[in-house]
Design a protein around this ligand. Structure first.
Ligand code: CMX
Length: 136
């Protein structure tokens, strides 16, 4: 599957500005940008750390997956994203191994990425995202 590295760690937050007061101002991690991802009904803030990024996720609607997550569990660690070279190939391999996928085909993520989720029931309680970035 040629997994590369942790691409980002997604954290569900109720209010992006309030959470940035901690992640950016207190910890001093530089904010790379804020982007709305309508397909996922979230606003995201990216804070790069080495090869990976912290991704803060604020729901833009209470009926979004992140909105429902916060309502049920409160703020906190939402998903881990692993970078892959070829997301279709990685999904096909997981499907062939009988792994429960949320997305059988990739969708658009923030920063021009193509993403797909593996169900937390298949990944021992962790919502796992596969993430393919445009080749530079
Ligand atoms: N991490 C770990 N487990 C999670 C989870 C998460 N983020 N979200 C839900 N679960 C667990 C629940 O606790 C539940 O477990 P139990 O059955 O043991 O109670 C199980 O998954 C099913 O949860 P649910 O509440 O019945 O189902 P939901 O309707 O909340 O859907 C999920 C859960 C994972 C299928 C849904 O959140 C999803 O499709 N996620 C993928 C898309 C996404 O998360 N988008 C937002 C991020 C976008 C971005 O990064 O740009």
């Amino acid at each position: 599957m040629n997994l590369k590295n942790i691409d980002h760690i997604g954290i569900a937050v109720a209010n992006l500005q309030e959470s940035l007061a901690f992640w950016e101002s207190t910890l001093g991690i530089e904010l790379h940008g804020i982007e709305e991802v309508p397909e996922q009904k979230v606003r995201t803030a990216f804070l790069p750390m080495g090869e990976a990024e912290i991704e803060l996720l604020e729901p833009i609607s209470p009926d979004s997956t992140v909105g429902k997550f916060i309502e049920k569990r409160g703020e906190g660690l939402h998903h881990i994203a692993i970078r892959v070279d070829n997301i279709e190939a990685a999904l096909a391999e997981l499907k062939a191994k009988g792994i429960q996928l949320i997305d059988e085909t990739p969708r658009d993520g923030a920063g021009g990425t193509r993403i797909a989720f593996v169900h937390p029931k298949a990944a021992h309680g962790v919502l796992l995202e596969l993430c393919e970035r445009k080749k530079k």
